[in-house]
Design a protein around this ligand. Structure first.
Ligand code: NAD
Ligand code: UDP
Length: 321
């Protein structure tokens, strides 16, 4: 039987590269696409020698063309860390809007099923906790995070419009904070920031008083949830995340213990519009996909720390964003 063909945008990034691995392991023909704006080819260099992997260096905000058949498209291209999207706000808006439009057009022309990577950020600074999919969110469109949040909200809207108007097969995953090997040590997200600081013997920079909460999901659990959603018949948005909620102060303390650093947490100003609480309601994922996370934070953090420790010393010392 011919291999199923899947296009994965953002393939050289953290999540995209793990998704490439998963579909290669299942003997799909994987076509990776990335313009490397926040990604790194080293995340997928082990795949280049395979006959069922190809890679296009391309900006998906420009017209996208892929020869041959396509069964699935996973649209994961987008800067994802606040530091990144504050630095490249226009590209962030474009990849969520124009990029998504281009890929929906491609999906339509190939009769492919398309899954988009949405985010818990569509809920903004939520006034309900945990967040169910029915919650409409509390987003400041003109604040610094608006470029990401509104691009993702538009992405969901245009994807749903292609589904209802054109009958395209679509899936929408709302991803909550996910971590694991291949995150960029200097991408500014809290986990690589804290581990990088611990490895360099610096204080850990806690923003605000550290009472804000997040719920961290290990990458393997997320990939499993995405895989199940893609193969389900559920076209409404679906939360995938780990409901184990923790304050950023407690999280910093866990990293201090894990790394054995003699450094402490120091408090820096809280960024504008930083959400105060975030925790996924995963009732739907459990009921519809039979999915729930399996990797505990202590196990996931251990695996991620091993990865960061194994990086070349030069990279660990490199702090520029
Ligand atoms: P990442 O920065 O590691 O990966 C994003 C990849 O997209 C990079 O390789 C980058 O070069 C590529 N890219 C960006 N703009 C592009 C463009 N115009 N054309 C082609 N490639 C482009 O980030 P990530 O954490 O892997 O996130 C992947 C996706 O998942 C993003 O869409 C993000 O919004 C979403 N997401 C991630 C998380 C998380 O916790 N990691 C949470 C919610 C949503
Ligand atoms: N944060 C922090 N120190 C850092 C980086 C982030 O205290 O060096 C906080 C940030 O203010 C937020 C939480 O950690 O409250 C998660 O931030 P991250 O950028 O990882 O993701 P977000 O969920 O905000 O998109």
């Amino acid at each position: 039987m011919a291999r199923k063909r899947i296009l994965i945008t953002g393939a050289a990034g953290f999540l995209g590269s793990h998704l490439c691995d998963r579909f290669i392991a299942e003997d799909y023909h994987v076509i990776g696409m990335d313009n490397l704006i926040t990604g790194d080819l080293r995340n997928i260099e082990h795949l280049f020698k395979l006959e069922n992997f190809e890679f296009y260096n391309h900006d998906v905000s420009k017209f996208v063309y892929v020869p041959g058949e396509l069964n699935y498209i996973l649209h994961f291209a987008s800067p994802a860390s606040p530091i990144d999207y504050l630095k490249i706000p226009i590209q962030t808006l474009k990849v969520g809007s124009l990029g998504t439009h281009n890929l929906l057009g491609l999906a339509r022309s190939k009769n492919a099923r398309m899954l988009i990577a949405s985010t818990s950020e569509v809920y903004g600074d939520p006034s309900v906790n945990p967040q169910p999919e029915e919650y409409w969110g509390n987003v400041n469109p003109v604040g610094p995070r608006g470029v990401y949040d509104e691009a993702k909200r538009f992405q969901e809207a245009i994807t749903m419009a292609y589904h209802t108007f054109h009958g395209l097969e679509t899936r929408i995953v709302r991803i909550f904070n996910t971590y694991g090997p291949r995150m960029r040590l200097n991408d500014g997200r809290v986990l690589p920031a804290f581990i990088g600081q611990a490895l360099r013997g610096e204080s850990l920079t806690m923003f605000g008083d550290g009472s804000q909460t997040r719920s961290f999901c290990y990458v393997d659990d997320l990939v499993e949830g995405i895989h199940r959603l893609l193969h389900s018949d559920y076209a409404q948005p679906m939360n995938i995340g780990n409901p184990d909620e923790i304050t950023i102060r407690q999280f910093g303390e866990e990293i201090i213990k894990l790394t054995g650093t003699d450094q402490q947490l120091i408090s820096l100003p809280l960024p504008t519009d930083d959400p105060k609480q975030r925790r996924p309601d995963i009732t739907k994922a459990k009921a519809i996909l039979g999915w729930e996370p399996k990797v505990s934070r202590s196990e996931g953090l251990k695996r991620t720390y091993e990865y960061f420790k194994s990086l070349p010393e030069k990279e660990i010392q490199h702090k520029d964003f």
